[in-house]
Ligand binder design. Structure first.
Ligand code: PMP
Length: 286
């Protein structure tokens, strides 16, 4: 089915939608994005994604081209016209274009570019990969130092996924100064007994919207949460490991650098958190 997408105030067929070759998103990766999942035709944690979008824009002195109410309306309209029951909505805002290429930011009055499109993913919640668990490799984290800003500079994360694929694995965890920062496109956790361990928030990692919800549910379920650094060696000796993201929810990890965890099958904590997350977030969806 030909998608209807949203570009700068207009709903267009995907083949008709265009942005300038001078757009700074294209030339300089001068843009930010969000990905919101859709379950039962409704948006999961729209509020969290809208808030983080504002923060990312703010940190980069980029104008917010749309009000929260209008943004919600655009998300809902795209879900409606594209008949999305389960899937994702991708949103990108860039610093726009003043018709040329220059390192200096254009005049602040230059309009931002805003683009949204849907990705139809039937079976997103019932993903068989979550029952099997993911195999990961560790690689060095050589990204820039403001990973808390959700920019479209995704070349290294893409390379990380390709390195994982080449090694016969699903994903990569990034390691800096001996400690795991996060996954290529998710936050990283290990479990020891009843304790969930994940790196604390800082500029070193993206402040995952799913992370915030999952940690809240874990605490409500009387699980211990410790926000601290951990090494890959500690992860290899953990009872369980998992990742969180808006597109894969809670994903168990069953192998790290060739070392199997929990006999190579998902344990008790990650699948339970996935269940709670999906149940609670479906209830709160808008
Ligand atoms: N870290 C990185 C580097 C990511 O790209 C993502 C997903 N975009 C996440 C963490 C998870 O964030 P969220 O739960 O908001 O999807």
């Amino acid at each position: 089915m030909m998608r209807t997408v949203y570009v700068n105030g207009e709903y267009l067929a995907e083949t008709e939608a265009k942005v300038s070759i001078f757009d700074r998103g294209f030339l300089m990766a001068d843009g930010v994005y969000e990905v919101t999942s859709v379950l039962d035709g409704k948006l999961i944690d729209f509020e969290g994604h809208a808030k983080r979008l504002s923060r990312s824009l703010n940190e980069l002195d980029m104008a917010n081209p749309i009000s929260k109410a209008d943004l919600l309306e655009v998300h809902r309209e795209l879900v409606r016209v594209n008949e999305i029951e389960e899937g994702l909505i991708y949103l990108q805002v860039t610093r726009g274009s003043d018709g040329d290429r220059d390192f200096a930011f254009p005049d602040p009055e230059t309009p931002s570019t805003i683009v949204l499109f849907t990705q139809n993913k039937p079976g997103l919640a019932d993903n068989p990969a979550a029952k099997k668990g993911a195999k990961i490799i560790s690689i060095e984290d050589i990204r820039w130092g403001r990973r808390d800003i959700k920019t479209v500079q995704l070349l290294y994360p893409s390379m990380g996924k390709m390195m994982a694929k080449k090694a016969g694995c699903d994903d990569a965890w990034l390691v800096e100064d001996g400690f795991v920062t996060e996954g290529t496109s998710n936050n990283a956790y290990i479990v020891k007994g009843n304790k969930i361990i994940t790196r604390a928030l800082s500029t070193d990692i993206l402040h995952g919207i799913t992370r915030a919800a999952v940690l809240r549910f874990a605490r409500e379920a009387q699980m211990d949460v410790e926000e601290r650094n951990f090494t890959i060696d500690e992860a290899k000796e953990a009872d369980e490991a998992f990742t969180t993201s808006a597109s894969a929810f809670v994903m168990p990890v069953v192998e790290i650098d060739g070392v199997t965890l929990g006999g190579g099958v998902p344990g008790r904590v990650a699948p339970r958190l996935r269940e709670i997350y999906l149940e609670e977030m479906r209830k709160a969806a808008v």
